[in-house]
Design a protein around this ligand. Structure first.
Ligand code: LLP
Length: 446
């Protein structure tokens, strides 16, 4: 990220801001397509849509041959609305369904939905196996139909006993974590599934989000062990998500070739042992969509507080929660609004006189509403070009876990979202209105 930008995804930032308003999320379709292409060695790329489930993004990844996971009834409905097909429990072993439900619980609505739509499930808790088996039995008693003879395959998500993430809050392995079936419980879960006539056709491990490759690589060893415990009913393995993405200047992209080779080795050895093909899935969220996105906000106040200089934006942690939740770092740049001060000189990093050391915050009535903070809430300043009210601040690498984690705190509307594809900026989510915010609320009549 250069300190000053004029455009994002080939579109003028001030024009985007004028046309769609701020705060505004903008996604560059070409970047998503490139990240998908990076992973082409894997048999199946299953997008963890929780990272960015805008319908237009889901449709885009679908057009590039990617399938999805869903962690809720809402995400299943999003996938359907974006054109993914339901069904798949009756596909032959090793075939990959377009939607898989992956979670540690079934709420009652979702349990009914997956059985009714035939959406395959990835169970992260032993209780899910019984609940799913019982629901299937209830449904087939209600509608006796074909396929009742072949046991449906399920995936088990295994917690291998260790995990790693960019923050303790995104580490999903080990005994501190609520995720997955404890690795020592696997043999017992195989029996549990058999009691419901369910075959374990796939295993899945996801040890955390934003892990490093060293930790991710250890998963291969654990996966191979676990698959051998289950045996040849396994036709597919999933490496989960967690691939890191560069947020800071100079951060290296992960060695995907080396990573694929490790997994490919596991897959090949298992295929040889089992005497049939084993398909290899990966389940990235962040990797596909983080870099494609920026949050564009307008600077609405510039103020000096003792030694500290603040830029206050019209976007806050209601729009991008990663800094307040994890102390996450996002690159930032200024886009000058020439309409407010035409012909201003453009500062560069090599021109320190024109740089300011600033703390960047939002509009919310809470002192933690700061974009430049570290884990633990320690406020940090950032070197940014001198800017004034009316200029724009572009927060980069915000396409993953940005808009999806937005809230209506302080009765602020969810931001608008724009997808830029083939040089065209499309509004893919309208900014919420006040009517949207209070929809469903009422004052009791007395
Ligand atoms: N698969 C499963 C089962 C997951 O739970 C997750 C993420 C993924 C895949 C995708 O992980 P990724 O490839 O994106 O690292 N809000 C946090 C991240 C939470 C991740 C939750 N699960 C953040 O903003 O960093």
């Amino acid at each position: 990220y250069p300190p000053v930008v004029d455009s994002f995804a080939g579109q003028s930032v001030p024009e985007l801001a004028r046309r769609f308003g701020t705060p505004l999320y903008v996604y560059d379709a070409a970047v998503i397509a490139q990240r998908i292409a990076d992973l082409s060695a894997f048999d199946v790329v299953r997008f963890a849509q929780k990272a960015n489930s805008n319908l237009a993004v889901l449709d885009l990844v679908r057009r590039h041959g990617v399938v999805v996971d869903a962690v809720s009834a809402g995400e299943i409905q999003r996938a359907l609305a974006a054109g993914f097909q339901a069904g798949g429990v009756d596909l032959p072993p090793g075939a990959h369904p377009e939607i898989v439900y992956t979670a540690d619980i079934f709420d009652r609505e979702t349990l009914e939905m997956v059985v009714e739509l035939g959406i395959p499930v990835n169970c992260g808790s032993p209780d899910m196996i019984d609940q799913y088996g019982e629901q299937l039995a209830r449904a087939s008693r209600a509608v006796p139909g074909p396929g009742a003879s072949s046991p449906p395959g399920i995936t088990l998500r295994i917690n291998p006993g260790f995990g790693h993430g960019h923050s303790q809050k995104t580490n999903t392995g080990g005994q501190q974590s609520k995720h997955g079936i404890w690795h020592e419980d696997l043999a017992h879960c195989v029996e549990r599934a058999a009691r419901h006539n369910l075959a374990i056709s796939a295993l899945h491990m996801h040890i955390g989000s934003g892990a490093d490759l060293e930790h991710l690589s250890k998963v291969c060893v654990a996966m191979e062990q676990a698959c051998l415990t289950v045996g040849p009913s396994i036709h597919s393995i999933s490496a989960g998500g967690g691939l890191p993405t560069p947020y800071r200047d100079g951060e290296q992209r992960v060695d995907l070739t080396g990573y694929f080779e490790l997994w490919n080795g596991v897959r090949n050895r298992l295929a040889q042992t089992f005497g049939h093909d084993v398909s290899l899935e990966i389940e990235p969220g962040r990797y596909l969509v983080a870099e494609c996105g920026a949050l564009i906000a307008e600077i609405r106040a510039v103020k000096q507080m003792g030694d500290n200089r603040f830029y206050l934006l019209d976007a806050g942690f209601n729009n991008l929660a990663r800094p307040i939740l994890y102390g996450a770092y996002h690159p930032m740049a200024i886009a000058y609004n020439d309409a407010s001060e035409p012909g201003r000189p453009r500062p560069t990093l090599s021109d320190p006189a024109r740089m300011d050391s600033v703390i960047v915050g939002g509009p919310l009535c809470e002192s933690g509403d700061i974009f430049t903070q570290e884990d633990g809430g320690f406020v940090r300043s950032r070197e940014l070009p001198a800017a004034s009210v009316g200029d724009y601040l572009v927060i980069g690498a915000a396409g993953a876990y940005g808009a999806v984690m937005g809230s209506n705190y302080n009765s602020k509307p969810l931001a608008a979202e724009v997808l830029v594809e083939n040089g065209q900026a499309h509004l893919v989510r309208q900014r919420q209105t006040f009517a949207d915010i209070i929809r469903g609320e009422s004052i009791p009549k007395t």
